[in-house]
Design a binder for this molecule. Structure first.
Ligand SMILES: [Zn+2]
Ligand SMILES: [Zn+2]
Length: 424
């Protein structure tokens, strides 16, 4: 028996929805997770127990500091903030005490930088759980993912019949948006003994009552910041003494945007931001670019990355300026394991709320869970990424986005069903 019902999941989801936090700033969210999980009796790992700081991507210290202060104002205790430390997110390691497989489930917890709609008929406004954190909104359903994770955690603590074997790890991942949080979790080694890994996403343009067992065509992607450093000089008296970072960055932009495509699959490239220079009469000494490349698979993405960097470095050399590059986010593609796809299909088919189980769909986006999956697969484990259909009011990342809360229990039932299948 379990005490988890859809109402419990809805209550948690609404609490997360009310206070959304952006990647690496999820202090209130993480504190709530720790408190709730420990109240259930779980041992919770935090900070560098889950995150390898050497691989943290796209973490803006200013944003983090603001979020930490806001969390304090929200009533998060100093003790909890100290436990979280520099890195949000947490994990549960549940040891059944009986020999068996190690299964890891991943739930992402961050929000999107979108202002939630003020429309009165938007359900979160109607029911009084709209975002109270201006400029931020759970517009991707991760509030639902975190709630489902809590549901699974409580289910683990309730009497299992038959009892589970082995170890269950629940990963509450920060900073999925911008594909930043998974790599440092993978590099912490927490997944290296995992035999089975599963995660899911609500929505994704799949209607309520439908589950997709093994989506395909995840795009590999790399997000980078490029910083050109030159030398300022008087533009009238001694332009020859300057080194023009703006000109270098402009040339690099043109060259990167005109990269040839790859014959074996899709490619994408974008220079999304370019900022440079200090004044009208000064040779510009700095330029900053935010770029991203994508590829249908890792090989094509690596090709795009290498070519983009080659051109940037070549341009930097020809303008005699320095170039600093920083990886801000990354995700890869992966091939789902047949065995896990079969389990997801079997478990989902058995649920009365699921009307249809589809084998696959084109994901056509990126999720850095793929990095966790690759890590598990590299150590011989098997992995699944499934989609929990949910009627949505507007597309992901839009101000009117809202999930169908009745599908939270479907997600919970698939994860716990998988655990029963893999570990009982
Ligand atoms: Zn998203
Ligand atoms: Zn998402």
């Amino acid at each position: 028996m379990t005490t988890i019902d859809n109402q419990t999941l809805v209550k948690w989801r609404r609490e997360f929805h009310r206070y959304p936090e952006t990647g690496w700033g999820e202090f209130v969210t993480t504190a709530k997770l720790i408190e709730t999980l420990e109240a259930m009796g779980h041992r919770v790992l935090t900070g560098t127990q889950v995150i390898n700081p050497g691989f943290v991507r796209g973490r803006n210290p200013g944003v983090v500091e603001k979020a930490r202060l806001a969390a304090k104002a929200q009533g998060v205790s100093d003790a909890l903030l100290a436990r979280i430390g520099e890195y949000t997110g947490c994990a549960v390691v549940f040891d059944t005490g009986r020999p068996g497989p190690t299964v890891a489930l991943r739930f992402d917890i961050d929000c999107v930088s979108v202002q939630e709609t003020a429309l009165a008929e938007h359900v979160p406004n109607q029911q009084g759980f709209g975002s109270t954190n201006p400029g931020y909104m759970h517009a991707c359903g991760h509030d639902g993912h975190a709630a489902i994770g809590l549901g699974v955690a409580r289910w683990l603590m309730e009497n299992q019949d038959p009892p589970l074997r082995g170890i269950v790890k629940l990963i509450f991942q920060p900073a999925e948006e911008g594909v930043r949080g998974a790599r440092p979790i993978a590099e912490s080694g927490i997944l290296d003994d995992v035999d089975y890994f599963a995660c899911g996403h609500l929505g994704c343009d799949i209607p309520s009552g439908v589950v997709v067992a093994a989506p395909e065509r995840y795009l590999s992607t790399l997000k980078m910041d490029l910083r050109f450093k030159g030398k300022a000089a008087h533009a009238g008296m001694e332009p020859h003494a300057g080194k023009n970072a703006l000109l270098a960055a402009c040339n690099a932009t043109v060259q990167i945007m005109s990269l040839p495509t790859h014959g074996e699959g899709m490619t994408r490239v974008n220079v999304g931001v370019l900022k440079a220079g200090e004044g009208r009469n000064v040779i510009p000494s700095f330029a900053e670019m935010q770029i991203e490349v994508r590829g249908e698979n890792e090989k094509i993405n690596n090709y795009m990355t290498e070519e983009a960097l080659r051109r940037a470095h070549g341009v930097a050399q020809s303008f005699d300026v320095e170039l600093e590059t920083e990886v801000m986010g990354e995700a890869v593609d992966f091939v789902p394991d047949e065995e896990m796809t079969a389990y997801v299909t079997e478990v989902a088919r058995a649920l009365p709320a699921v009307k249809e189980v589809r084998r696959t769909m084109n994901f056509n986006g990126s999720d850095d869970a793929t990095l966790l999956i690759k890590r598990v697969q590299a150590h011989g484990g098997k992995a699944a990424y499934f989609v929990i259909g949910s009627d949505i009011k507007a597309g992901h990342h839009q101000a009117e986005f809202d999930i169908d809360e009745s599908q939270l229990f479907t997600g919970f039932a698939i994860f716990t069903g998988l655990l029963k299948r893999l570990s009982a």
